[in-house]
Design a protein around this ligand. Structure first.
Ligand SMILES: Nc1nc2c(c(=O)[nH]1)N[C@H]1C(S)=C(S)[C@@H](COP(=O)(O)O)O[C@H]1N2
Ligand SMILES: [Mo]
Length: 316
């Protein structure tokens, strides 16, 4: 695997140690300790748990400087809590992400319902700093905590008929006010082809910045597929199903011409309503915030082979 480096980033811009406080936040913390309270409130129930133990995977991490905790946890897409970027942070704090059950179903020898603890137990957590690119043409750099999805899926012994893997988010309109409206066909669903799901970069994420996931980021368990648009990164997963046929996915059902099943980051294929050639790096200033979008979000050396022979304009 190559090391994801961006030659435009100066060595001085690379965070040397485990220090993700940005300057703005550090100044705010000096001025008032209220800034620290925001951090813990923003973690919801997860803040009351013993902190996760993990190692750093620098080999699979970008060397770009991560965005701040604030950038990553107060500007979110999680339509179950509303359409505005601040809604998940403002409205997900009371969400109950523990206890949690995950169902494994479909084309696998082992199936059934498992507690979150059963699901997580055998997996060593690692931190990977990944690029993240939303289809809305913004991006950021995030230190996720998780483990390879492949390791989880292998435990259930998928059969030879398992060609796709489908993921489903919790359906609970009492807790998730967005589900009382019809913007999407709830529950949120996403899926990967089995080789995409098994790729070593595909991460089952349980934390960020060395902490358990805050609710707005998809507690307690969400997917991150760094070479794809963010909408593939389904949050608060309650079900994983192995299928023989390509599953229907929420965004694809809502707007098939805008959100393809594959959703690989591709600067050459515009969204019908905007260009995908550039992206706005969250937290940047007016000089540094607009940057070129890279094919497969910069992960092309590792994943392009998965799509060899496919017309990526057709399978966008
Ligand atoms: N259940 C669910 N998962 C979801 C979404 C959502 O609305 N509901 N939004 C997706 C989109 S469009 C993006 S860009 C990412 C945002 O993840 P983040 O808020 O952690 O950056 O989550 C994805 N996963
Ligand atoms: Mo997105």
């Amino acid at each position: 695997m190559k090391r994801y480096s961006d030659p435009s980033i100066l060595p001085s811009a690379i965070t040397p140690e485990y220090e993700y406080f940005d300057r703005r936040r550090l100044l705010a913390a000096l001025a008032a300790s209220a800034a620290m309270i925001i951090g813990s409130v923003g973690s919801g129930l997860a803040a009351t748990l013993a902190p996760p133990r993990y190692t750093r995977n620098t080999k699979l991490s970008t060397r770009e400087a991560p965005n701040s905790w604030e950038d990553v946890t107060t500007y979110n897409n999680f339509y179950e809590f509303g359409l505005d970027k601040s809604d998940p942070y403002e409205r997900a704090q009371e969400f109950r992400s523990r206890p949690w059950t995950i169902e494994i179903a479909g084309e696998a020898e082992l199936r059934g319902k498992f507690t979150l603890e059963d699901i997580l137990k055998p997996h060593a957590l690692e931190e990977r700093i990944y690029r993240f690119r939303c289809v809305e043409a913004w991006s950021r750099i995030v230190p996720w905590l998780g483990f390879p999805l492949a390791d989880l899926l292998a435990r259930f012994k998928p059969t030879s008929k398992a060609k796709f893997v489908e993921f489903t988010t919790l359906l609970d309109p009492k807790q998730m006010p967005g589900q009382r409206s019809g913007v999407l066909d709830w529950p949120y669903r996403e899926a990967l082809r089995i080789d995409e799901a098994m790729h070593p970069l595909t991460l089952m994420v349980v934390g960020v910045y060395g902490k358990w996931l805050p609710n707005q980021s998809g507690a307690p368990l969400r997917l991150i597929v760094p070479w794809k648009y963010g909408f593939k990164g389904i949050k608060s997963i309650v079900k994983i199903r192995f299928t023989e046929r390509q599953p229907a996915t929420s965004w694809n059902m809502a707007a098939p011409d805008e959100y393809g099943f594959f959703a690989n980051v591709n600067p050459a294929v515009d969204h019908p309503r905007w260009s995908q050639a550039k992206e706005r790096r969250i937290g940047g200033n007016f000089l540094t915030s607009r940057i070129d979008t890279l094919p497969f979000n910069g992960y092309d050396d590792d994943v392009a082979a998965l799509y060899r022979g496919m017309d990526l304009r057709r399978y966008y």
